[in-house]
Design a protein around this ligand. Structure first.
Ligand SMILES: NC(=O)c1ccc[n+]([C@@H]2O[C@H](COP(=O)([O-])OP(=O)(O)OC[C@H]3O[C@@H](n4cnc5c(N)ncnc54)[C@H](O)[C@@H]3O)[C@@H](O)[C@H]2O)c1
Ligand SMILES: [Fe+2]
Length: 385
Protein backbone atom coordinates (compact mmCIF):
# COMPACT_ATOMS: atom_id res chain seq x y z
CA UNK A 1 0.00 0.00 0.00
CA UNK A 2 1.16 3.54 -0.75
CA UNK A 3 2.33 5.24 2.48
CA UNK A 4 0.23 8.20 3.57
CA UNK A 5 -0.28 10.63 6.44
CA UNK A 6 -3.56 12.20 7.53
CA UNK A 7 -4.12 15.12 9.87
CA UNK A 8 -7.23 16.86 11.11
CA UNK A 9 -8.64 18.97 13.93
CA UNK A 10 -8.48 17.02 17.23
CA UNK A 11 -11.93 17.97 18.54
CA UNK A 12 -15.13 18.30 16.49
CA UNK A 13 -18.57 18.95 17.96
CA UNK A 14 -21.66 18.66 15.74
CA UNK A 15 -24.72 19.79 17.69
CA UNK A 16 -27.77 21.71 16.58
CA UNK A 17 -27.92 24.83 18.78
CA UNK A 18 -24.38 24.38 20.19
CA UNK A 19 -23.73 28.15 19.87
CA UNK A 20 -26.37 28.69 22.55
CA UNK A 21 -24.04 27.03 25.05
CA UNK A 22 -20.74 28.22 23.58
CA UNK A 23 -19.71 29.98 26.81
CA UNK A 24 -19.79 26.73 28.77
CA UNK A 25 -18.21 24.71 25.95
CA UNK A 26 -15.24 27.11 25.85
CA UNK A 27 -15.06 27.33 29.65
CA UNK A 28 -14.72 23.54 29.80
CA UNK A 29 -12.04 23.45 27.14
CA UNK A 30 -10.06 26.57 28.10
CA UNK A 31 -10.58 26.93 31.87
CA UNK A 32 -7.80 29.48 32.44
CA UNK A 33 -8.65 31.94 29.65
CA UNK A 34 -10.93 34.99 29.84
CA UNK A 35 -10.54 37.24 26.79
CA UNK A 36 -12.13 35.92 23.62
CA UNK A 37 -11.92 37.62 20.23
CA UNK A 38 -14.65 36.76 17.70
CA UNK A 39 -13.59 37.20 14.09
CA UNK A 40 -16.53 37.74 11.74
CA UNK A 41 -17.85 40.00 8.99
CA UNK A 42 -19.94 43.12 9.34
CA UNK A 43 -23.09 41.58 7.88
CA UNK A 44 -23.06 38.68 10.34
CA UNK A 45 -22.31 40.99 13.28
CA UNK A 46 -25.39 43.07 12.39
CA UNK A 47 -27.67 40.19 11.46
CA UNK A 48 -28.31 38.45 14.75
CA UNK A 49 -26.48 35.25 13.69
CA UNK A 50 -23.94 35.94 16.46
CA UNK A 51 -26.54 36.53 19.18
CA UNK A 52 -26.82 33.00 20.62
CA UNK A 53 -23.03 32.79 20.94
CA UNK A 54 -22.67 36.30 22.40
CA UNK A 55 -25.44 35.75 24.98
CA UNK A 56 -23.92 32.47 26.04
CA UNK A 57 -20.37 33.87 26.30
CA UNK A 58 -21.59 36.79 28.42
CA UNK A 59 -23.52 34.46 30.72
CA UNK A 60 -20.39 32.34 31.23
CA UNK A 61 -18.30 35.38 32.17
CA UNK A 62 -16.16 35.72 29.05
CA UNK A 63 -14.85 39.16 28.08
CA UNK A 64 -15.72 39.36 24.38
CA UNK A 65 -14.32 41.55 21.59
CA UNK A 66 -16.15 41.27 18.26
CA UNK A 67 -13.86 42.10 15.35
CA UNK A 68 -16.10 42.37 12.30
CA UNK A 69 -13.72 43.74 9.66
CA UNK A 70 -13.68 40.61 7.51
CA UNK A 71 -14.80 41.02 3.90
CA UNK A 72 -15.23 38.30 1.26
CA UNK A 73 -11.89 37.16 -0.21
CA UNK A 74 -10.12 38.97 2.64
CA UNK A 75 -7.12 41.11 1.68
CA UNK A 76 -3.95 41.06 3.79
CA UNK A 77 -4.64 44.51 5.26
CA UNK A 78 -7.85 43.16 6.82
CA UNK A 79 -5.80 40.45 8.50
CA UNK A 80 -3.35 43.02 9.88
CA UNK A 81 -6.15 45.33 11.09
CA UNK A 82 -7.78 42.39 12.87
CA UNK A 83 -4.49 41.54 14.59
CA UNK A 84 -4.09 45.15 15.75
CA UNK A 85 -7.58 45.19 17.28
CA UNK A 86 -7.12 41.80 18.94
CA UNK A 87 -3.79 42.83 20.47
CA UNK A 88 -5.32 46.06 21.80
CA UNK A 89 -8.01 43.95 23.50
CA UNK A 90 -5.51 41.37 24.87
CA UNK A 91 -7.36 38.56 23.13
CA UNK A 92 -6.27 35.14 24.47
CA UNK A 93 -8.64 32.88 22.53
CA UNK A 94 -9.64 33.35 18.88
CA UNK A 95 -13.07 32.26 17.62
CA UNK A 96 -13.72 32.37 13.87
CA UNK A 97 -17.50 32.65 13.48
CA UNK A 98 -18.69 33.05 9.89
CA UNK A 99 -17.98 31.77 6.41
CA UNK A 100 -14.62 30.73 5.05
CA UNK A 101 -13.49 34.35 4.88
CA UNK A 102 -13.97 34.86 8.63
CA UNK A 103 -12.44 31.50 9.57
CA UNK A 104 -9.42 32.10 7.32
CA UNK A 105 -8.74 35.47 8.96
CA UNK A 106 -9.22 33.90 12.40
CA UNK A 107 -6.50 31.35 11.62
CA UNK A 108 -4.00 34.07 10.75
CA UNK A 109 -4.98 36.18 13.75
CA UNK A 110 -4.29 33.16 15.98
CA UNK A 111 -0.80 32.85 14.48
CA UNK A 112 0.07 36.55 14.25
CA UNK A 113 -1.26 37.15 17.76
CA UNK A 114 1.36 34.80 19.18
CA UNK A 115 4.32 34.97 16.80
CA UNK A 116 6.58 37.69 15.50
CA UNK A 117 6.80 36.17 12.01
CA UNK A 118 5.65 38.68 9.35
CA UNK A 119 2.55 37.68 7.37
CA UNK A 120 4.45 38.15 4.08
CA UNK A 121 6.78 35.26 5.02
CA UNK A 122 3.94 32.80 5.62
CA UNK A 123 2.62 32.35 2.05
CA UNK A 124 3.12 28.90 0.57
CA UNK A 125 3.31 25.45 2.11
CA UNK A 126 4.83 24.90 5.58
CA UNK A 127 6.25 28.41 5.96
CA UNK A 128 4.63 29.22 9.32
CA UNK A 129 7.26 28.93 12.04
CA UNK A 130 5.70 30.09 15.32
CA UNK A 131 2.94 28.89 17.63
CA UNK A 132 -0.55 30.32 17.75
CA UNK A 133 -3.24 31.40 20.19
CA UNK A 134 -5.96 28.85 21.02
CA UNK A 135 -8.38 28.70 18.07
CA UNK A 136 -12.02 27.63 17.72
CA UNK A 137 -13.86 27.66 14.37
CA UNK A 138 -17.64 27.89 13.93
CA UNK A 139 -18.83 27.88 10.29
CA UNK A 140 -22.00 29.68 9.23
CA UNK A 141 -21.81 28.47 5.62
CA UNK A 142 -21.71 24.81 4.52
CA UNK A 143 -18.95 25.24 2.02
CA UNK A 144 -15.27 25.83 2.58
CA UNK A 145 -14.67 23.28 5.33
CA UNK A 146 -12.13 25.83 6.59
CA UNK A 147 -13.04 24.82 10.15
CA UNK A 148 -11.05 21.60 9.64
CA UNK A 149 -8.43 22.66 7.10
CA UNK A 150 -4.88 23.90 7.56
CA UNK A 151 -5.32 26.46 4.77
CA UNK A 152 -5.97 30.20 4.82
CA UNK A 153 -6.65 32.08 1.58
CA UNK A 154 -5.78 35.78 1.42
CA UNK A 155 -6.03 38.33 -1.38
CA UNK A 156 -2.57 39.83 -1.80
CA UNK A 157 -1.95 42.98 -3.78
CA UNK A 158 -4.97 44.04 -5.80
CA UNK A 159 -6.21 40.79 -7.31
CA UNK A 160 -4.15 37.71 -6.48
CA UNK A 161 -5.37 35.05 -4.08
CA UNK A 162 -2.60 33.26 -2.23
CA UNK A 163 -2.69 30.40 0.24
CA UNK A 164 -0.96 29.84 3.55
CA UNK A 165 -0.81 26.11 4.28
CA UNK A 166 0.52 24.85 7.61
CA UNK A 167 -0.51 22.29 10.23
CA UNK A 168 -0.30 25.15 12.77
CA UNK A 169 -3.59 26.39 11.24
CA UNK A 170 -5.60 23.34 12.37
CA UNK A 171 -7.98 24.65 15.04
CA UNK A 172 -8.26 23.23 18.57
CA UNK A 173 -12.01 22.81 18.20
CA UNK A 174 -14.56 22.99 15.37
CA UNK A 175 -18.20 23.51 16.34
CA UNK A 176 -20.80 22.59 13.70
CA UNK A 177 -24.11 24.18 14.63
CA UNK A 178 -26.54 23.97 11.71
CA UNK A 179 -28.89 26.42 13.44
CA UNK A 180 -26.45 29.16 12.39
CA UNK A 181 -26.92 28.24 8.72
CA UNK A 182 -30.76 28.29 8.62
CA UNK A 183 -30.84 31.89 7.32
CA UNK A 184 -28.26 31.42 4.57
CA UNK A 185 -29.88 32.71 1.33
CA UNK A 186 -30.56 30.13 -1.41
CA UNK A 187 -27.94 31.49 -3.83
CA UNK A 188 -25.20 31.43 -1.16
CA UNK A 189 -26.34 27.97 -0.05
CA UNK A 190 -25.99 26.76 -3.64
CA UNK A 191 -22.61 28.33 -4.37
CA UNK A 192 -21.00 27.34 -1.06
CA UNK A 193 -22.49 23.84 -1.34
CA UNK A 194 -20.98 23.41 -4.80
CA UNK A 195 -17.62 24.64 -3.41
CA UNK A 196 -17.81 21.79 -0.90
CA UNK A 197 -18.60 19.30 -3.67
CA UNK A 198 -15.59 20.57 -5.62
CA UNK A 199 -13.41 19.96 -2.56
CA UNK A 200 -14.59 16.36 -2.49
CA UNK A 201 -14.17 15.84 -6.25
CA UNK A 202 -10.71 17.42 -6.42
CA UNK A 203 -9.53 15.57 -3.30
CA UNK A 204 -10.67 12.30 -4.87
CA UNK A 205 -8.75 12.95 -8.09
CA UNK A 206 -5.70 14.71 -6.64
CA UNK A 207 -2.41 13.78 -8.27
CA UNK A 208 -0.61 14.20 -4.96
CA UNK A 209 -1.35 12.69 -1.57
CA UNK A 210 -4.57 10.96 -2.64
CA UNK A 211 -5.16 8.51 0.21
CA UNK A 212 -7.81 6.01 1.36
CA UNK A 213 -9.05 8.19 4.25
CA UNK A 214 -9.57 11.25 2.04
CA UNK A 215 -11.23 8.98 -0.55
CA UNK A 216 -13.85 7.66 1.86
CA UNK A 217 -14.46 11.12 3.31
CA UNK A 218 -14.85 12.56 -0.19
CA UNK A 219 -17.36 9.87 -1.21
CA UNK A 220 -19.39 10.31 1.97
CA UNK A 221 -19.26 14.09 1.53
CA UNK A 222 -20.55 13.89 -2.05
CA UNK A 223 -23.37 11.57 -1.03
CA UNK A 224 -24.49 13.97 1.71
CA UNK A 225 -24.02 17.16 -0.31
CA UNK A 226 -25.68 15.93 -3.49
CA UNK A 227 -28.57 14.40 -1.51
CA UNK A 228 -29.37 17.60 0.39
CA UNK A 229 -28.27 20.64 -1.66
CA UNK A 230 -31.56 21.20 -3.45
CA UNK A 231 -33.56 20.63 -0.27
CA UNK A 232 -31.43 23.23 1.56
CA UNK A 233 -31.87 25.69 -1.34
CA UNK A 234 -35.62 25.21 -1.56
CA UNK A 235 -36.33 25.32 2.17
CA UNK A 236 -33.62 27.00 4.21
CA UNK A 237 -35.33 25.95 7.43
CA UNK A 238 -34.99 22.23 6.59
CA UNK A 239 -32.91 21.29 9.63
CA UNK A 240 -32.01 17.81 8.41
CA UNK A 241 -30.78 19.15 5.06
CA UNK A 242 -28.78 21.93 6.74
CA UNK A 243 -27.09 19.47 9.11
CA UNK A 244 -26.26 17.11 6.25
CA UNK A 245 -24.76 20.00 4.26
CA UNK A 246 -22.66 21.18 7.20
CA UNK A 247 -21.40 17.66 7.87
CA UNK A 248 -20.73 17.06 4.16
CA UNK A 249 -18.76 20.31 3.84
CA UNK A 250 -16.68 19.40 6.89
CA UNK A 251 -15.92 15.89 5.58
CA UNK A 252 -14.90 17.38 2.23
CA UNK A 253 -12.66 19.81 4.12
CA UNK A 254 -10.94 16.93 5.91
CA UNK A 255 -10.52 15.15 2.59
CA UNK A 256 -8.87 18.04 0.74
CA UNK A 257 -6.75 19.17 3.69
CA UNK A 258 -4.92 15.87 3.15
CA UNK A 259 -5.36 15.38 -0.60
CA UNK A 260 -5.24 18.88 -2.03
CA UNK A 261 -7.49 20.61 -4.57
CA UNK A 262 -6.38 21.38 -8.11
CA UNK A 263 -7.35 23.09 -11.39
CA UNK A 264 -10.97 23.96 -10.55
CA UNK A 265 -9.69 26.07 -7.66
CA UNK A 266 -6.71 27.37 -9.66
CA UNK A 267 -9.05 28.67 -12.36
CA UNK A 268 -11.64 29.89 -9.86
CA UNK A 269 -9.29 32.16 -7.89
CA UNK A 270 -8.65 34.71 -10.68
CA UNK A 271 -12.45 35.16 -10.99
CA UNK A 272 -12.56 36.09 -7.30
CA UNK A 273 -9.47 38.28 -7.61
CA UNK A 274 -10.53 40.28 -10.68
CA UNK A 275 -14.33 40.18 -10.61
CA UNK A 276 -15.15 39.56 -6.95
CA UNK A 277 -17.21 36.56 -7.95
CA UNK A 278 -17.89 34.70 -4.65
CA UNK A 279 -15.58 31.71 -4.18
CA UNK A 280 -18.27 29.02 -4.46
CA UNK A 281 -19.75 30.57 -7.59
CA UNK A 282 -16.30 30.88 -9.22
CA UNK A 283 -15.81 27.17 -8.66
CA UNK A 284 -19.26 26.31 -9.99
CA UNK A 285 -18.60 28.32 -13.19
CA UNK A 286 -15.45 26.44 -14.17
CA UNK A 287 -16.24 23.02 -12.65
CA UNK A 288 -17.85 21.17 -15.61
CA UNK A 289 -15.27 22.51 -18.06
CA UNK A 290 -12.31 21.42 -15.94
CA UNK A 291 -13.91 18.00 -15.48
CA UNK A 292 -14.32 17.60 -19.25
CA UNK A 293 -10.69 18.63 -19.72
CA UNK A 294 -9.54 16.17 -17.02
CA UNK A 295 -11.70 13.28 -18.23
CA UNK A 296 -8.99 11.57 -20.34
CA UNK A 297 -6.81 11.31 -17.22
CA UNK A 298 -9.48 10.90 -14.55
CA UNK A 299 -12.19 8.83 -16.24
CA UNK A 300 -11.96 5.93 -13.79
CA UNK A 301 -12.18 8.26 -10.79
CA UNK A 302 -15.18 10.15 -12.18
CA UNK A 303 -16.90 6.84 -12.93
CA UNK A 304 -16.34 5.83 -9.27
CA UNK A 305 -17.79 9.15 -8.07
CA UNK A 306 -20.87 8.67 -10.27
CA UNK A 307 -21.95 6.01 -7.78
CA UNK A 308 -22.23 8.65 -5.03
CA UNK A 309 -24.43 11.16 -6.89
CA UNK A 310 -26.20 8.84 -9.35
CA UNK A 311 -26.48 5.46 -7.62
CA UNK A 312 -28.51 4.07 -10.54
CA UNK A 313 -25.92 5.02 -13.19
CA UNK A 314 -24.74 2.00 -15.15
CA UNK A 315 -22.86 1.24 -18.32
CA UNK A 316 -19.18 1.36 -19.17
CA UNK A 317 -16.59 3.35 -17.25
CA UNK A 318 -16.68 6.03 -19.95
CA UNK A 319 -20.49 6.21 -19.76
CA UNK A 320 -20.50 6.51 -15.96
CA UNK A 321 -17.78 9.21 -16.07
CA UNK A 322 -19.81 11.09 -18.67
CA UNK A 323 -22.95 10.76 -16.54
CA UNK A 324 -21.05 12.23 -13.59
CA UNK A 325 -19.77 15.21 -15.60
CA UNK A 326 -23.23 15.85 -17.08
CA UNK A 327 -24.69 15.76 -13.60
CA UNK A 328 -22.13 18.35 -12.41
CA UNK A 329 -22.90 20.45 -15.48
CA UNK A 330 -26.55 20.69 -14.52
CA UNK A 331 -25.92 21.71 -10.91
CA UNK A 332 -25.73 25.50 -11.33
CA UNK A 333 -28.88 25.75 -13.44
CA UNK A 334 -30.75 23.44 -11.10
CA UNK A 335 -29.65 25.50 -8.10
CA UNK A 336 -30.55 28.77 -9.83
CA UNK A 337 -27.10 30.39 -9.93
CA UNK A 338 -25.28 31.79 -13.00
CA UNK A 339 -23.77 29.11 -15.23
CA UNK A 340 -21.55 31.14 -17.59
CA UNK A 341 -18.68 33.60 -17.16
CA UNK A 342 -20.53 36.17 -19.30
CA UNK A 343 -23.31 36.14 -16.65
CA UNK A 344 -20.94 37.48 -13.96
CA UNK A 345 -19.39 40.40 -15.85
CA UNK A 346 -16.49 38.65 -17.60
CA UNK A 347 -15.91 39.69 -21.22
CA UNK A 348 -14.07 37.75 -23.91
CA UNK A 349 -11.25 40.29 -23.69
CA UNK A 350 -10.63 39.19 -20.08
CA UNK A 351 -9.92 35.54 -20.84
CA UNK A 352 -6.20 36.01 -21.54
CA UNK A 353 -5.62 37.82 -18.26
CA UNK A 354 -7.56 35.13 -16.39
CA UNK A 355 -5.46 32.40 -18.02
CA UNK A 356 -2.23 34.23 -17.11
CA UNK A 357 -3.33 34.50 -13.50
CA UNK A 358 -4.51 30.90 -13.26
CA UNK A 359 -1.03 29.75 -14.29
CA UNK A 360 0.36 31.48 -11.17
CA UNK A 361 -1.56 29.02 -8.99
CA UNK A 362 1.21 26.44 -9.22
CA UNK A 363 0.52 25.19 -5.66
CA UNK A 364 -2.85 23.94 -6.95
CA UNK A 365 -2.10 23.08 -10.57
CA UNK A 366 0.48 20.46 -9.59
CA UNK A 367 -2.34 18.46 -8.00
CA UNK A 368 -4.40 18.27 -11.17
CA UNK A 369 -4.77 14.79 -12.68
CA UNK A 370 -3.92 16.24 -16.11
CA UNK A 371 -1.27 18.85 -16.80
CA UNK A 372 -2.77 22.28 -17.55
CA UNK A 373 -0.86 24.54 -19.95
CA UNK A 374 -1.64 28.21 -20.40
CA UNK A 375 -3.39 27.38 -23.69
CA UNK A 376 -5.48 24.75 -21.86
CA UNK A 377 -6.46 27.27 -19.18
CA UNK A 378 -7.46 29.78 -21.87
CA UNK A 379 -9.54 27.11 -23.64
CA UNK A 380 -11.27 26.08 -20.40
CA UNK A 381 -12.23 29.72 -19.69
CA UNK A 382 -13.44 30.06 -23.29
CA UNK A 383 -15.62 26.96 -22.85
CA UNK A 384 -16.98 28.43 -19.60
CA UNK A 385 -17.59 31.84 -21.18
N1 LIG B 1 -9.40 27.74 4.19
C1 LIG B 1 -9.92 26.91 3.36
O1 LIG B 1 -9.70 25.73 3.47
C2 LIG B 1 -10.77 27.45 2.25
C3 LIG B 1 -11.39 26.57 1.34
C4 LIG B 1 -12.19 27.10 0.36
C5 LIG B 1 -12.39 28.47 0.30
N2 LIG B 1 -11.76 29.31 1.17
C6 LIG B 1 -11.95 30.77 1.16
O2 LIG B 1 -13.12 31.06 1.92
C7 LIG B 1 -13.73 32.23 1.38
C8 LIG B 1 -15.16 31.93 0.99
O3 LIG B 1 -15.89 31.54 2.13
P1 LIG B 1 -17.48 31.36 2.04
O4 LIG B 1 -17.85 30.78 0.75
O5 LIG B 1 -17.91 30.66 3.27
O6 LIG B 1 -18.02 32.85 2.01
P2 LIG B 1 -17.80 34.14 2.93
O7 LIG B 1 -17.23 33.82 4.25
O8 LIG B 1 -17.06 35.14 2.10
O9 LIG B 1 -19.30 34.61 3.11
C9 LIG B 1 -20.11 34.86 1.97
C10 LIG B 1 -21.29 35.73 2.34
O10 LIG B 1 -22.25 34.98 3.06
C11 LIG B 1 -22.65 35.66 4.23
N3 LIG B 1 -23.02 34.68 5.24
C12 LIG B 1 -22.22 33.79 5.85
N4 LIG B 1 -22.92 33.02 6.68
C13 LIG B 1 -24.20 33.44 6.62
C14 LIG B 1 -25.40 33.03 7.27
N5 LIG B 1 -25.43 32.01 8.12
N6 LIG B 1 -26.54 33.68 6.95
C15 LIG B 1 -26.53 34.70 6.05
N7 LIG B 1 -25.42 35.12 5.40
C16 LIG B 1 -24.27 34.49 5.70
C17 LIG B 1 -21.45 36.49 4.60
O11 LIG B 1 -21.79 37.60 5.41
C18 LIG B 1 -20.93 36.91 3.24
O12 LIG B 1 -21.61 38.05 2.79
C19 LIG B 1 -12.89 32.64 0.17
O13 LIG B 1 -11.96 33.65 0.54
C20 LIG B 1 -12.19 31.36 -0.19
O14 LIG B 1 -10.99 31.58 -0.92
C21 LIG B 1 -10.99 28.80 2.14
FE1 LIG C 1 -13.01 25.99 -2.21
Amino acid sequence: MQAFAFQTVPHILLEFGAARRLGDILRGKFPTLRQVGIVTDHFLAQSGVLKPALDSLAAAGWAVTVIDDVVADPPDEVVLKTVEKAKAANVELVVGLGGGSSMDVAKLLAVLGASGQPLAEMYGVDKVTGHRLPLVQIPTTAGTGSEVTCVSIVTTGATTKAGIVSPVLYADLAVLDAELTLGLPAAVTAATGIDAMVHAIEAYTSAHRKNPLSDSLARQALTLLSGHLMRACQDGADREAREAMLLGAMLAGQAFANSPVAAVHALAYPLGGHFHVPHGLSNALVLPHVLRFNAPAAQARYAELAATVLPAAGGSEAERAEAFITWCEGLSTQAGIPARLRDVGVTEADLDRLADDAMLQTRLLVNNPREVTRADARAIYAAAY
